[in-house]
Design a protein around this ligand. Structure first.
Ligand code: C2E
Ligand code: MG
Ligand code: MG
Length: 362
């Protein structure tokens, strides 16, 4: 940096640097690089060693900007991108990012309305017992019936709803809807009493102090047997705050609600941690099931994952089963349960009841 450049504090932990008279973007990126490197060195704060990182957004000014605020706004967008790409890095703004930021804003607004207007739907996908070949459980998977876009995938809107604080409401609605559906079917004798339902819980729910109360209320209102409800939680988030999550999970365990670790294999959990959680089942992520066939000889990591589940007294569920070969291999490996397009795609309530009425067996 030169004496002509300006450093200012924009507020909180945000700073702005104005570089004047630079001729190409490389001068800005090399300054960013230098800053990141200088900040990465540990420094002493009284008796403690402290590490610091920064996320930097770079915006190349132009005379097209009507107001200086807009220049800062776009630098801010780039800074957020640097953060979401893993922090401790810089990112250069490009106009496409502005479009994306607007689209995200639109999505957020639509989501808020969707909650008010109850635009969500629950689809159900069967989970098959590999010993009997019959459906033993259903996984509830939320969809958003968007007024103009049609069905929107949870992959798109769940992370956004987590970010803007709507996930609690949406997720509890899914739980309520799934419990109501299964009780209703059971009362009408459309399904066997042992049929259970799995609901995915976002990790954000675990920070709500009234989660256990709410789950208890929904179970009681729907008169559902707690062992007919299962909770799935994805592996990657468990490790982020394992103490708090373990605490809540043990409450569910006390309520006799079976717990499933979802997407097993993607979250790098260490075996010692795994041991200290009260999980009843590991759901092997579909990426491992898919790779089973590329690796005919040892079937990749799937046999090891099934062994881990069994040696820890848990059952193993394979996700993303798409071919008869995968099904045969999983049976050979003594995998307990399977789920995937081979059996059925996630279906609406109406189509699921049609499927169940045929008592399918694989
Ligand atoms: P998940 O819980 O791991 O669900 C499995 C996903 O794999 C579902 O995607 C399902 O449609 C898809 N799938 C099932 N069989 C196959 C197959 O054979 N091949 C392939 N390629 N995919 C298969 P979906 O419905 O799009 O859901 C995506 C994720 O969104 C879920 O992953 C879950 O993490 C999240 N999600 C869905 N519903 C909820 C919810 O109510 N609450 C929360 N917090 N998350 C939810
Ligand atoms: Mg799941
Ligand atoms: Mg999964």
């Amino acid at each position: 940096m030169t004496p002509f450049d300006t450093l200012s504090r924009l507020g909180g932990d945000e700073f702005g640097i104005l570089l004047e008279n630079i001729t190409d973007i490389n001068s800005a990126t090399s300054i960013a690089q230098e800053l990141l490197q200088k900040l990465s060195v540990a420094f002493k704060l009284s008796r403690y060693e402290v590490f610091m990182t920064a996320s930097i957004g770079i915006n190349w000014g132009s005379i097209d900007y009507e107001k200086p605020e807009y220049l800062l706004r776009d630098a801010d967008t780039a800074m957020h991108r640097a953060k979401s790409l893993g922090k401790a890095r810089y990112h250069v703004f490009d106009p496409g990012m502005y479009k994306e930021a607007i689209q995200l804003l639109q999505l957020e607004n639509d989501l808020r309305k969707a909650v008010e207007r109850q635009e969500f739907l629950v689809y159900y996908q069967p989970i098959i017992s590999l010993s009997t070949g019959k459906i033993i459980s259903l996984e509830a998977l939320v969809r958003w019936q968007h007024p103009t876009r049609g069905l929107v995938s949870p992959i798109e809107f769940i992370p956004v709803s987590e970010e803007i604080g709507l996930i609690n409401e949406i997720n509890l609605w899914v739980l309520q809807e799934a419990c109501e559906t299964i009780t209703n079917w059971s009362h009408k004798k459309l399904v066997e009493e042992s049929l259970s339902i799995s609901v995915n819980f976002s990790a954000k729910l675990f920070y709500q102090t009234d989660l256990i109360t709410n789950v208890n209320r929904i179970i009681n209102q729907n008169n559902i047997n707690s062992c007919n409800l299962k909770i799935e939680i994805t592996e990657s988030v468990i490790m982020e705050n394992y103490r708090d999550i373990r605490n809540v999970l043990s409450h569910f365990q006390n309520l006799n609600i079976p717990l499933i670790m979802d997407d097993f294999g993607t979250g790098y959990s260490s075996l010692s941690y795994l041991h200290s959680f009260p999980f009843n089942a590991l759901k092997i992520d579909k990426s491992f099931v898919r790779r089973m066939q590329d690796n005919q000889e040892n079937m990749g990591l799937v046999p090891a994952m099934i062994s881990i589940a069994h040696s820890m007294g848990m059952t193993a569920i394979a996700e993303g089963v798409e071919t008869p070969e995968q099904l045969a291999q999983l049976r050979c490996l003594n995998c307990d349960y399977a789920q995937g397009y081979l059996f059925s795609h996630p279906l609406s309530k109406e189509l699921m009841i049609d499927l169940l009425s045929t008592s399918p067996q694989w």
